[in-house]
Design a protein. Structure first.
Length: 250
């Protein structure tokens, strides 16, 4: 399990903040279902307190906010506190939503209309993929998180895992990517596309991200899985396992 690693240039101050952290951690250890943290709005002290609680308890965490603006603020703050872990953003992906309706006075039916924000859709997919593949995940969400995505096993079953050292050749990986609706494009990589480079190398951008995942095979074995920055083309991380899920599943 990857540990939550809190990064901050300051430490809990005064008497109340360290006491609150100790009390909340003790309550979680005692399996208290409900605890309340009180503090001044907008000071950032409550966010830092909860960040310390997460670091001490080492538990995946869901943070619910009552609107997108607050969720975005918390998302940026937790990303600063946990740069080595997965902090994800899960809010409604509708920029505009008009439910279907009927006006009896006019005998008029208005059909449903909606506009989906593709970037937020991508971030929701990233949150789901992280929860299925990692333990060190903090999800910052609005109340849209109460609406289920369905059975996680069905979601995971739509994709496939690629593991370093796995006995699988390039052609089979390509076939599986096409089966789950990835598009081959050797000219321009975008989310949901892959390309095949010389030798046994496949580059893909998951529907949940912007960086390139490079799968390098040697014969019939996956030799290395690397995350590559799309702009600099420099490695940013290495994986033992990646989960490939359909790019348009959300």
């Amino acid at each position: 399990m990857t540990r939550f690693n809190l990064k901050a240039d300051f430490s809990p101050q005064g008497g109340s903040q360290p006491d609150a952290i100790r009390a909340l951690v003790a309550g979680i250890s005692d399996k208290n279902r409900f605890q309340t943290l009180m503090g001044v709005t907008g000071s950032g002290g409550k966010t830092f307190t909860i960040a310390n609680v997460i670091a001490q308890t080492q538990k995946p965490t869901l943070v619910l906010a009552h609107n997108k603006t607050l969720a975005a603020q918390l998302y940026n703050e937790f990303r600063d506190f946990f740069p080595e872990n997965r902090v994800e953003y899960f809010v409604s992906y509708y920029d505009y939503y008009q439910p279907e309706s009927y006006i009896p006075q006019r005998d008029q039916y208005i059909e449903k209309d909606a506009a989906i924000n593709p970037k937020i859709e991508q971030m929701r997919l990233a949150a789901t993929a992280s929860l299925l593949s990692r333990d060190d995940v903090i999800v910052i969400a609005s109340v849209s998180a109460i609406y289920g995505l369905g059975n996680p096993e069905n979601f995971e079953g739509l994709g496939f895992e690629v593991t370093q050292g796995e006995q699988i050749n390039r052609a089979e990986i390509i076939s599986r990517l096409i089966d789950i609706q990835y598009e081959r494009n050797d000219m321009e990589l975008q989310p949901g596309r892959f390309r095949v480079k010389g030798g046994d190398t496949i580059d893909l951008i998951p529907g949940s991200g912007t960086d390139i995942i490079r799968i390098e095979c040697f014969g019939s074995e996956v030799e290395r899985i690397t995350e590559i920055d799309k702009i600099t083309h420099q490695p940013t991380g290495y994986f033992r396992i990646i989960l490939c899920i359909p790019p348009g599943i959300m």
